[in-house]
Design a protein around this ligand. Structure first.
Ligand code: ADP
Ligand code: MG
Length: 286
């Protein structure tokens, strides 16, 4: 180990059920601030479920296990005891794989609320927002840094955004909120190669030594400027293998067949989960 103590996001034995079906079956993961971790795995293995569970989405029921923020001095905060907004104020951020649109709410207004809340964790709804001038200045600077058109922030949140625009809006949120821990769920999906490169650079610049980042991705490109300390592979609701950046490269190149044959039990769970899903879908199938 070595090095000085730093704040960590610590997940132990996490089980999560969605609509009564167990999806995560015992996940252990520790992310320190300043570290990048990559999370890979076939579709349906539970990667997004882990993100939602960390953030506290009400549809994702934690049935066992713990999630703590552990401070450098050893102080622990139980994330599972907090509402999603408290988790955000505690410095945890999830960039959604499929962000929601909020017609009628401009991105700039949305960000001003979010930034105010995260920076004043004790603020009550209705209390004053961050001063407009200060906010505008900061937003403008961040958008310039990210090569974004300032007009973009006048649009309604994700309303009619292209896939790429949604992802860029998530990165802008990341830049403005500067969380301690960020989960980026397929922030590269729907982006062309140049946009992924820009996203990768932006995330590296925003993250730096301060942020712990979990990058959920199928590709290597997003990791180009965010070389992971560890790459984790999820299969059948468990992290079955962890390695270095070379593991991400291998999976990107060769896919998950080696993983499936190396971990037959998890592969069987994967098949069972797919069968269950198919069976559940059957009555409405044509
Ligand atoms: P990944 O992100 O690795 O592709 P997900 O976490 O999205 O995997 O999904 C894992 C499993 O959980 C899938 O079988 C999926 O259908 C199911 N699942 C996830 N979220 C929901 C939900 N909100 N409602 C029903 N099933 C869900
Ligand atoms: Mg997903």
């Amino acid at each position: 180990m070595g090095g000085e103590a730093k704040e960590q996001l610590v997940i132990r034995g996490l089980h999560v059920a969605v609509e009564g079906q167990e999806i995560l079956k015992g996940v252990d993961l520790t992310i320190g601030r300043g570290e990048v971790h990559a999370l890979m795995g076939p579709n349906g293995s539970g990667k997004s479920t882990l993100g939602y569970a960390i953030m506290g989405h009400p549809s994702y029921e934690v049935t066992a296990g713990t999630i703590h923020l552990v401070a450098a001095d050893g102080g622990r905060r139980d994330l599972l005891a907090m509402e999603p907004d408290e988790r955000a104020r505690a410095g945890v951020f999830l960039a959604f794989q499929r962000p929601m649109s909020i017609p009628g709410v401009r991105l700039a207004d949305f960000l001003r609320h979010a930034v105010t809340n995260v920076r004043n964790p004790d603020r009550k709804e209705g209390e004053e927002l961050m001063p407009m001038k200060e906010f505008r200045g900061e937003l403008k600077a961040k958008m310039a840094e990210l090569s974004m058109d300032p007009e973009f922030s006048r649009r309604y949140v994700n309303d009619g955004f292209s896939g790429g625009e949604m992802k860029r809006a998530e990165i802008l949120q990341l830049a403005m909120l500067r969380p301690k821990f960020a989960i980026l769920d397929e922030t590269d999906s729907g982006l062309d190669a140049d946009a992924v490169r820009l996203a990768s650079e932006s995330i590296a610049r925003i993250g730096g030594a301060e942020m712990g980042i979990l990058v959920i991705t199928h590709h290597e490109q997003l990791l180009e400027h965010n070389v992971p300390l560890q790459t984790h592979v999820m299969l059948g609701g468990r992290i079955v293998e962890s390695g270095g950046p070379e593991l991400a490269a291998e999976l990107h190149k060769r896919g998950y067949e080696r993983i499936r044959s190396a971990y037959p039990e998890a592969a069987a769970v994967e098949r069972a989960m797919q069968d269950e899903k198919r069976a559940a879908a059957e009555p409405t199938a044509v």
